[in-house]
Design a protein around this ligand. Structure first.
Ligand SMILES: Nc1ncnc2c1ncn2[C@@H]1O[C@H](COP(=O)(O)OP(=O)(O)O)[C@@H](O)[C@H]1O
Ligand SMILES: [Mg+2]
Length: 298
């Protein structure tokens, strides 16, 4: 595989606040690269730099082997598509007006625009009226149209910043089927999400915490390597729940009505069995996320 994104020692500062600190990674062509982290971790800020919308304070960025240089962002912008987190489409404009406007910002050739628009709407299976006002669309469809808008100029890589936030589960699934089809067509996908089931679809996942990159690996490797001891699922037998001595555990995390835990010493399991059903489990991506991203900020 060859490299689509190469980030080297990226820093982004806002005044004396550092939003992104010494972040380095690469994204390979044709990869689904997941970018995860709690709110405020620096995901959107990093994406804005990679799209040429925000200047790095320090560090170097290469997109498709071209260095992103201040003042010369236009070359990079033709290679990247961007679906932003909070703004996707103008609610009070029609679908067609939104797409026309995006094409005009890109100075797209009209014939090419019309062809790409038709292809993309076919791609998402949309054959309704383009004069529909965006406000009247279900959130899932709105996000699919926004995806089309980000792809109008045929970028090689598309940055999707929480594209499925607030989207119903069935529509989230549909959206991910589109992502997989794009990859099959040769696109590279850089995506942020808070949904761990979605993150499972990524080839590799980067985990951000407080502006720093703290882990980068495949979902399988993250699940295998994050916990050094056996993880257990504990479900309370008694009501009210009688909580065990917290000192027995390296990790003790609420999990719905139950708990996920790592014992300091597995011989203590018998003490806890009086009040809990205890099962060995393999860590889920959610366990990994809680452990790495949230665990240490509590
Ligand atoms: N333009 C800005 N000026 C000052 N601080 C900012 C700006 N943009 C983002 N930040 C801060 O940088 C941090 C990272 O934000 P962001 O990249 O949006 O995080 P995420 O997308 O992971 O939720 C946050 O603390 C945020 O408040
Ligand atoms: Mg964000």
């Amino acid at each position: 595989m060859s490299t689509m994104v190469d980030v080297r020692h990226l820093f982004v500062r806002f005044g004396d606040f550092t939003a992104v600190r010494d972040v380095s990674f690469t994204v390979e062509k044709g990869e689904i690269f997941g970018f995860l982290g709690a709110n405020g971790a620096g995901k959107t800020t990093t994406i804005r730099v990679l799209c040429g919308l925000l200047l790095a304070s320090e560090g170097r960025v290469f997109i498709d082997n071209e260095e992103l240089i201040a003042g010369h962002e236009s070359l990079i912008k033709s290679k990247v598509g961007y679906m932003s987190q909070h703004f996707t489409l103008y609610d009070d404009l029609s679908i067609r007006e939104n797409m026309d406007f995006a094409a005009s910002l890109r100075h797209m050739n009209h014939a090419e625009y019309l062809k790409n628009r038709r292809d993309l709407l076919d791609f998402i299976g949309f054959n309704e009226d383009l004069t529909k006002v965006v406000r009247d669309l279900p959130t899932g469809i709105k996000q699919e149209i926004a995806l089309c808008v980000s792809l109008l100029h045929q970028p090689k890589i598309v940055f999707l910043d929480e594209p499925t936030a607030g989207v119903a589960p069935v529509a989230r699934h549909r959206f991910w089927e589109l992502i997989k089809k794009l990859v099959a067509q040769g696109k590279t996908i850089f995506v942020t999400t808070h949904y761990m089931d979605e993150a499972e679809n990524c080839g590799r996942i980067a985990l951000m915490r407080s502006g720093e990159l703290i882990a980068l690996d495949s979902p399988a490797n993250l699940k295998q390597n994050t916990f050094h001891k056996q993880l257990y699922h504990l479900s309370p037998i008694t009501t009210p729940v009688i909580l065990p001595d917290r000192n027995l555990f390296d990790i003790w995390e609420p999990y719905g009505q139950n708990y996920h835990a790592v014992f300091k010493n597995d011989t203590d399991i018998s003490i806890v069995r009086k009040h809990f059903n205890i099962q060995k489990i393999s860590p889920s991506l959610e366990d990994v996320f809680i452990q790495l991203v949230e665990g240490q900020t509590r």
